[in-house]
Design a protein around this ligand. Structure first.
Ligand code: GDP
Ligand code: MG
Length: 146
């Protein structure tokens, strides 16, 4: 397929702490052009080139890891600094198959997302729960704003 075969081409970038499940999410859904990190987030060395010309960001945390949620403001500062200001951001709480280990209440995450004008969804990359919805909702939002 060449560029001319698409009606739209959007660049979607995944960010969030190491271990939250970004790579697993991408592997579950490969129809859109999605950029995943090569693990640079461990060294906090994701920079401008990664965010450049991204149309959407999937900011991911792990619902069983309070620390990954507490780091979200840091990620938002980075988005502010590097991403273009029309970028669509969706907050994703991943690993809902581990509900018994949940450390971040859904309501808390929803409130945080709403305050930051982000969409919010909870997923399980492991069980493929809500992953298709994540990418379809994002695609709809991108087309709506295009
Ligand atoms: P990344 O560092 O954000 O790219 O995270 P990875 O995709 O490499 O996943 C980190 C670890 O979390 C791996 O051991 C995955 O198997 C596991 N993982 C990812 N998504 C899920 C999920 O939805 N549920 C569960 N239980 N484990 C997951
Ligand atoms: Mg990864």
């Amino acid at each position: 397929m060449s560029m001319e075969d698409y009606d739209y081409l959007f660049k979607i970038v995944l960010i969030g702490n190491a271990g939250v499940g970004k790579t697993c999410l991408v592997r579950r859904f490969t129809q859109l052009q999605i950029w995943d990190t090569a693990g640079q987030e461990r060294f906090r060395s994701i920079t401008q080139s990664y965010y450049r010309s991204a149309n959407a960001l999937i900011l991911t945390y792990d619902i069983t890891c309070e620390d990954s949620f507490r780091c979200l403001p840091e990620w938002l500062r980075e988005i502010e600094q590097y991403a273009n200001n029309q970028v669509v951001t969706i907050l994703v709480g991943n690993k809902i198959d581990l509900a018994e280990k949940r450390e971040v209440l859904r309501q808390r995450a929803e409130d945080f997302a709403e305050a930051q004008s982000m969409l919010y969804l909870e997923t399980s990359a492991k069980e493929s729960d809500n992953v298709e919805k994540l990418f379809l909702d994002l695609a709809c939002e991108l087309i709506r704003e295009a």
